[in-house]
Design a protein around this ligand. Structure first.
Ligand SMILES: NC(=O)c1ccc[n+]([C@@H]2O[C@H](COP(=O)([O-])OP(=O)(O)OC[C@H]3O[C@@H](n4cnc5c(N)ncnc54)[C@H](OP(=O)(O)O)[C@@H]3O)[C@@H](O)[C@H]2O)c1
Length: 320
């Protein structure tokens, strides 16, 4: 089968479409014929070598990026605990540093707990945008455990994690203040933010002005770091999506009495019921699947270049 791999770390040019052995569903497993796999910021982190210690301990090169995919069930191994059937359209979350590697491949052999039906009426590309970032946001919301009516602030609200955070937070009755560049204000408002402040330097102070006393929780999807702390009220909480031991992580040394949660989405890789609940939200209009562009897998390098250039709204998707 074809897969996009990284044999040596580096820039987008190191991504290669190669032939690798085709996997088959073993006992208890499902195989997906992948049709779409998203390009996420963490795929560029893996490609550049900043996850090498995690990769080296569990896999041998070449490494395969990719955190989520959508496609069709085409094999079900004996004893697999699933209500899915061959031919069903599905989506799945994948952990790229665990065997057999990431989602940039024609076939993925999966634990059935990683797989849920794709939203009815969605394209493969649309469905592929849900699992990793939807589960990331669900985990952040579960960790924060806020009460209906509480104020949640969201940075990076125009992005995948930020956008889903705004939508899922509103769905559980939170009030949301989100940052946005002028060009993204309509988008962020359409996702449901109650208040919008302009993004960039001083965002914490603007959030605090918008919500006097400070917000109860904050999801820092823009990975700003400790500069956002003044937006949070005393005793409040912060959900970080990039943590201390990851390359590029912002410092978070002195957070006083604010509780800091590290959101690590692999913790939810087997949370099939939560993934299925995201499907239902997407089907009922509560989660907007945003695809910026589709690239054939052979153009993975171009997709990485475009993501790293910044300014992409919606997800870039590789097709297989
Ligand atoms: N810990 C986990 O388990 C986990 C899981 C999923 C994702 N993540 C991480 O979560 C982060 C967000 O992922 P994503 O998929 O949402 O990325 P994304 O779609 O690229 O969104 C990030 C958004 O933040 C905006 N942004 C950048 N700098 C900003 C700033 N200083 N102030 C306000 N907004 C800013 C970006 O705008 P521009 O395009 O204009 O720069 C973009 O709209 C990434 O670092 C990713 O690796 C972590």
């Amino acid at each position: 089968m074809k897969a996009v791999v990284v044999s040596e770390y580096g820039g987008p040019e190191v991504l290669r479409l190669v032939d690798v052995p085709e996997p088959h569903a073993g006992r208890g497993q499902i195989r997906m014929r992948v049709r779409a796999a998203t390009v996420n910021p963490s795929d560029t982190v893996l490609r550049a070598g900043a996850m090498d210690s995690m990769l080296d301990s569990l896999l041998a090169p070449p490494y395969r990026p990719g955190n989520e995919a959508a496609g069709v069930v085409d094999e079900i191994g004996p004893g697999a605990e699933t209500d899915l059937s061959i031919g069903d359209r599905v989506m799945a979350m994948v952990v790229p540093y665990m065997p057999p590697g990431g989602a940039y491949a024609e076939y993925l052999v999966l634990d059935p707990r990683q797989v849920a039906a794709a939203p009815a009426g969605s394209s493969h590309a649309e469905a592929s945008t849900i699992p990793a970032n939807g589960l990331t946001v669900q985990l952040a919301i579960d960790l924060l455990s806020l009460a209906a009516g509480d104020w949640l602030a969201v940075t990076g609200a125009a992005g995948a994690v930020g956008g889903y955070t705004v939508q899922l937070a509103k769905a559980i009755g939170l009030r949301v203040v989100a940052d946005a560049a002028p060009a993204d204000e309509n988008l962020v408002r359409s996702l449901g933010a109650d208040l919008i402040v302009s993004r960039g330097v001083g965002v914490a102070e603007r959030i605090r002005e918008a919500v006097p006393g400070g917000v109860t929780g904050l999801v820092d999807a823009a990975v700003i770091g400790s500069e956002v702390l003044p937006a949070i009220r005393p005793g409040g909480q912060l959900a970080m999506v990039r943590f201390a031991d990851m390359a590029g992580a912002p410092s978070m040394e002195d957070h006083g009495d604010i509780t800091v949660h590290e959101v690590f989405v692999p913790d939810y890789v087997h949370e099939r019921d939560k993934l299925d609940a995201l499907r239902v939200r997407a089907e009922t209009g509560g989660l907007t699947m945003r695809v910026a562009a589709e690239y054939p897998a052979s153009q993975a390098a171009e997709a990485h270049r475009r993501l790293e250039a910044g300014g992409v709204r919606g997800r870039l998707v590789l097709t297989f």
